[in-house]
Write a protein that binds this ligand. Structure first.
Ligand code: GLN
Length: 491
């Protein structure tokens, strides 16, 4: 392994353009780093041959002066994205050895722009979870540990492999998806930057569906600038996803370093929770102070329906999941467990193929959608969702440019420490992030400090629809003030 792995994406872009090193050298450095970090279990499939071929092709293009914006940059891909000819499982046994014959829109745009695929990254099964412990490939290790402790911590979830790989310098950036917090929460747990764009900004085509009205893809990277560079390639209109929005993709990188003077930043009082660790409260205050010092104005705002967001999410998301996951029945894809008739084949396959958390979601979802309960649960949750969205709209209508909150209610926890007896304990991780998905808004998590045990903590900025640029500008102010955080290598 060489120093090449510790470059930011922007630095690597410069080194490649200046011919200080080649993409093949950069790619090989990352492939060695991946090999040396298998204990983290961040990758579920390594694609070294493909990576080298893509790197050589990028080097050719760079030499000819035809380099795309991500030419030669090695990335990791969450195993939820369909990759042509490369096994894609959503980290579920039920997809078995499914090898797609097509490429997701997002990954094809990354390859169009010259990026290099290192392999597929671990995630919670079907992206259901907050700790990456529900994957059929086993849990992912967080490269961060508590000071003086050998306990392996979770990297958050569901994009745990993405966050862990980026933090451990195994790839320069990664794709991720966020249905209720799965980009922002793992970013906060690993001191990486994660942005969930506005719903409709990135195409969902070719991404394994969890809850289609909430799912949105985005990048995880090591700096705000790097995440802006990645989002530019990932975003865009796609006729194959009818919820994708046809508005031009701005040059997000141009937002970095732009003045935030005069911006109004909302501080929602409902995010001040009883029993929230004092360190998180302090971090939040520090973030507000940094933005103020940069010329922003802080205003207290109210998002009165916040307390209903988590229960409503855990109705809407499982309802959509139960419908989306009906297609995994042993007939077309992956695993098949025989039975004496078709019904038994379905039952055996699903009983064998789905993990416990996925089964729980399918049962909850089926229940809230069933005749007699539909109005009481599903319809009600949809109404609550509208109210949550309206809370944000009212806030933005009063001239608020963005909202600052903590990203998570705690730092990373140990593998097996949470949710064993009561799944709700795990669901509470999403308390600050699910509102954003329910409202379809963009949200970014930026590393902002450490707790007393030396673990990273993040802040979240929530923006107006399709105003990711403001989040990049503000996020960079926090990044500059807080500094960069790198885990000490133990693997
Ligand atoms: N942790 C949340 C859940 O389990 C969110 C997951 C996600 O965003 N994919 O549903």
């Amino acid at each position: 392994m060489t120093d090449l792995t510790s470059l930011t994406l922007a630095e690597a872009r410069k080194g490649l353009a200046d011919k200080t090193f080649t993409s093949l050298e950069l790619t090989d450095a990352h492939l060695s780093a991946i090999e040396a970090a298998r204990v983290l279990n961040a990758f579920v499939m390594e694609t070294p041959d493909q990576a080298r071929d893509m790197a050589k092709a990028a080097d050719d293009k760079i030499a000819k002066g035809e380099a795309g914006p991500l030419a030669g940059i090695p990335l990791g891909i969450k195993d939820l994205f369909a990759t042509k000819g490369v096994r894609t499982t959503a980290c579920s046994k039920i997809l078995g050895n499914f090898v797609p014959t097509y490429e997701s829109t997002i990954t094809s745009q990354l390859w169009r722009d010259g990026a290099v695929m290192l392999g597929k990254l671990n995630n919670d099964e079907f992206a259901m979870g907050s700790s990456n412990e529900t994957s059929c490939f086993g849990p992912v290790g967080n490269p961060w540990r508590r000071d003086g402790s050998n306990t392996t911590l979770v990297p958050g979830g569901s994009s745990g492999g993405s966050a862990s790989a980026v933090a451990a310098l195994l790839c320069m950036g990664a794709t991720a998806t966020d249905t209720g917090g799965s980009i922002r929460q793992p970013a906060a747990f690993t001191a990486t930057v994660g942005i969930k764009p506005t719903y409709g900004r990135c195409s969902r085509w070719g991404i394994v569906a969890f809850a289609s009205s909430l799912d949105q893809a985005g990048p995880i990277a090591r700096s705000v600038r790097d995440s802006a560079m990645l989002l530019r390639s990932m975003a865009g209109h796609d006729p194959k996803d009818t919820t994708s929005v046809d508005i031009p993709v701005p040059d997000y990188e141009a937002a970095i370093g732009k003045s935030v003077k005069g911006m109004r930043i909302g501080i929602p009082k409902e995010y001040r929770l009883d029993g929230m660790p004092a360190e998180i409260e302090k971090l939040w205050e520090a973030g507000a102070a940094w933005l103020k010092a940069a010329g922003a104005e802080l205003v207290e705002v109210s998002l009165p329906h916040t307390k209903y967001a988590l229960p409503a999410y855990y109705i809407v998301a499982p309802a959509e999941a139960s419908s989306n996951l009906a297609r995994y029945d042993g007939v077309r894809y992956g695993l098949r467990d025989q039975g004496r008739n078709i019904k038994e084949l379905y039952e055996n396959t699903r009983a064998e193929g789905f993990g416990a958390e996925v089964k729980r979601r399918v049962m909850i979802g089926t229940y809230v959608l069933s005749a007699g309960y539909y109005d009481a649960y599903y319809l009600r949750a949809q109404k609550v969702r509208t109210l949550i969205k309206k809370d944000f709209e009212d806030c933005f209508a009063k001239g608020v440019d963005a909202i600052l909150t903590p990203a998570t209610p705690s730092a990373a926890f140990g593998i097996g420490e949470k949710g064993g007896a009561d799944p709700v304990e795990m669901y509470l991780n999403d308390i600050f992030t699910v509102t954003v998905n329910m409202a379809g808004l963009p949200g970014i998590a930026v590393p902002a400090g450490k707790d007393a045990q030396g673990l990273p903590l993040g802040l979240q900025l929530i923006g107006r629809p399709f105003d990711e640029e403001t989040l990049f500008s503000l996020g960079e102010v926090i990044e500059q003030a807080a500094g960069r955080f790198t885990p000490a290598r133990w693997w």
